[in-house]
Each structure stands twice: as structure tokens, then as C-alpha cells.
Design a protein around this ligand. Structure first.
Ligand code: NAD
Ligand code: SER
Length: 309
């Protein structure tokens, strides 16, 4: 059984804070149990849950009779380089706990978002397929690659219905991003709307794949509801909407704010960005479960500005 009771971990984060209302609209709010180690919300459904505590995960799944998990709890790339030990603990031990408890409780579906972080400097740069060189140089990437592989393992060994997709940088306005390398895009738009200049921590020519949050939510739901017999892949679908450089975003923002200016002062995050692809091949996601992004740079920027205003 799936979608009768859905646990969302990491629900207070950038994706979770939008996925919870999105799933609630789709399945009914009483079916969604948002959880986080820092439940900073007034939502009465919210429970406090640390995914590194296996006993607590077990208790929550039993108490709420969970049959589906959207596992979002994680430490992202830039924060992961600041605290690799924490990244390993949350991204690996936390995921292991989720998979173990999911198997013993016969959970029908576990969704585990992955990331472009699984790629590394030896990966080709453009139109990168799913199967390619994956030799990440960040702890975040290492943990995400292990998470994808564990998903395949739990599926083949225990029949666990683990599914996941490699998100590019996600752009959104409702909740601040959680310490990633692609966060510059959100920060730049926010500063432009506030009428301020922006100091970008990446070089102006750092091209990275991106996606607007409504397309990310839609793709999570499409993959979650996809017919299992059509899936040749499980936890490592590439998905992308458009690829941009910081300079291209700056120029797009100048269409709205002609005096907007950006200075470029790369920091440690430049090395992370340099190790990631510029564009991805999403054809497996399109063919196997109908991935269909709607937003490009222009419509993303217009919608972000309309909401941030
Ligand atoms: P985020 O950092 O905004 O949110 C993660 C949440 O996890 C936070 O609210 C944090 O409090 C929570 N958390 C941390 N440690 C925890 C623990 N021990 N137990 C329970 N919760 C804990 O991240 P996000 O952007 O919402 O990312 C969600 C997922 O999507 C992650 O797996 C991430 O790797 C993936 N992803 C995100 C992006 C992006 O651009 N946002 C891109 C690619 C992949
Ligand atoms: N946006 C994420 C990050 O920069 C990609 O996984 O960490």
C-alpha cells in the first residue's frame, strides 16, 4: 500500500517546506506527516524526528502507520564540506536507518532525492547521461552516490521500492536554501528584488543545471506515482530544466532592474561548482516516467520576482 500515510523527513527545508503543502493538496492533509530535526513551524502535524536515531524512526513509522516516505533530511554540498562528519552521519546513517526500517515495516515506497553532486571533475561536462564517470570530490557527492547505490541494493536484495532523481540546483522563494553551491541563484534574485547589489561566490562563467521548484515538486510526484514496470532505473534519474551561468542570470535580472550589479568573488564553493556538469541528459526520466519541466530561465525569473515582490 502507498500514499495512505506519508512521512516527509527534512520537511522544514527548502524542498520539504513546499513538498508538504503540495502532497497535502494532492493526497489530503491528514495523510501527510511532516518531520524534521528542527520543526520550525506552527503546523500541528509536524513531529520532531532525527533520522540518525533509528529507534526514533522506527517509533514514528509504527505510531503513524506510515506506508510511504519522502526522505529529504540531508546536509547539502557547501555545508557538507564545512562539516563532513555530520554530512556522512545524516546522509548515510540517516538513509540506512530509513531503508532498514522501511524493509522491516514493509513500506511501499521510499523516495530519496539525489543530486548533481554525484558527478566529479572526470565526468563529461555537457549533456551528461545517467551512466557515466561518477567520482565526486565532495563528501556530499560521496554520500549521495552511496545513497543511490544503497537504493539499488535494497531494491534487488529486499524488493524495497526505492526511487530517486538527481536534482540540479533548485530555485525557489518560499524557504531559504540549505547551504548548497547553487544557492547563489536564489540569493542573486532576492538581492535584485530588494534593490541591492550582489556579491556572487561563483565565477561569472560557472554554468550549472537548474530547475524551478514547481517542476521539482511535479517530478517527485510523477516518479512516485510511476508504473513500476516502466522503470529501468531506480534512484539515479537525471532531471534538469535549463543551464545558466551567474552572468546570464545577472543579465536576465537587469531586464527588470537595469541598475542591478553583481561582483564576482569566488570562494571554496567554486571548486565544487567546477566539479559538476554544465548540463544533463534527462531522457531516461522523460521515457520512463514522463518527466516534463515547464519553466525556463525567463519564466522562472519572472515568477520568482512576482512572488518576492
Ligand atoms: P535543506 O538543507 O533545505 O533541508 C534539509 C532538512 O533536513 C533541513 O530542514 C534540516 O533541518 C533537516 N535535517 C538535517 N539533519 C537532520 C536529521 N538528522 N534528521 C532529520 N532532519 C534533518 O535541503 P533541501 O534542499 O530541502 O534538500 C532535500 C533533499 O534534496 C536532499 O536530499 C538534497 O540532497 C536534495 N537536493 C536538493 C537540491 C537543492 O538545490 N535544494 C538539489 C539536489 C538535491
Ligand atoms: N543544490 C545542491 C547543492 O548545491 C545540489 O545538490 O548542494
Amino acid at each position: 500500500m502507498t500514499f495512505e500515510k506519508i512521512l516527509v523527513t527534512g520537511a522544514a527545508g527548502q524542498i520539504g517546506s513546499e513538498l508538504v503543502p503540495f502532497l497535502s493538496d494532492h493526497f489530503g492533509s491528514s495523510r501527510v506527516i511532516p518531520s524534521d530535526v528542527r520543526p520550525n513551524t506552527n503546523d500541528p502535524r509536524f513531529i520532531s524526528l532525527d533520522v540518525t536515531d533509528k529507534g526514533a524512526v522506527e517509533k514514528a513509522i509504527d505510531k503513524y502507520r506510515i506506508d510511504t516516505i519522502f526522505h529529504l533530511a540531508a546536509i547539502l554540498s557547501a555545508n557538507g564540506e564545512k562539516n563532513p562528519e555530520l554530512a556522512f552521519k545524516v546522509n548515510v546513517v540517516g538513509l540506512y536507518n530509513i531503508f532498514e526500517v522501511a524493509v522491516s515495516n514493509k513500506i511501499g515506497l521510499v523516495m530519496t532525492p539525489s543530486s548533481i553532486g554525484v558527478f566529479g571533475p572526470d565526468t563529461p561536462k555537457e549533456n551528461v547521461p545517467i551512466e557515466t564517470i561518477t567520482r565526486p570530490v565532495t563528501m556530499y557527492g560521496v554520500t549521495k552516490l552511496l545513497a543511490e547505490t544503497l537504493g539499488y541494493y535494497y531494491h534487488s536484495r529486499f524488493g524495497l521500492n526505492a526511487r530517486g532523481l538527481r536534482f540540479p540546483g533548485l530555485i525557489s522563494y518560499k524557504n531559504p536554501p540549505g547551504g548548497g553551491t547553487t544557492d547563489y541563484s536564489i540569493e542573486m534574485i532576492v538581492e535584485a528584488v530588494k534593490g541591492r547589489s550582489y556579491k556572487c561566490f561563483l565565477r561569472e562563467d560557472s554554468k550549472l543545471p537548474m530547475m524551478y521548484m514547481p517542476d521539482a515538486l511535479d517530478s517527485l510526484l510523477r516518479l512516485a506515482e510511476a508504473d513500476d514496470s516502466r522503470l529501468k532505473h531506480r534512484t539515479d534519474f537525471n532531471v534538469t530544466s535549463f543551464s545558466i551561468t551567474p552572468k546570464e542570470l545577472e543579465m536576465e535580472l537587469r531586464e527588470y532592474y537595469p541598475s542591478f550589479r553583481v561582483t564576482y568573488q569566488p570562494d571554496f564553493r567554486q571548486a565544487i561548482a567546477d566539479s559538476w556538469p554544465a548540463s544533463l541528459d534527462s531522457s531516461a526520466a522523460i521515457n520512463e516516467w514522463g518527466f516534463h519541466p515547464r519553466y525556463d530561465l525567463k519564466s522562472t525569473t519572472a515568477d520568482m520576482i512576482a512572488h518576492l515582490k
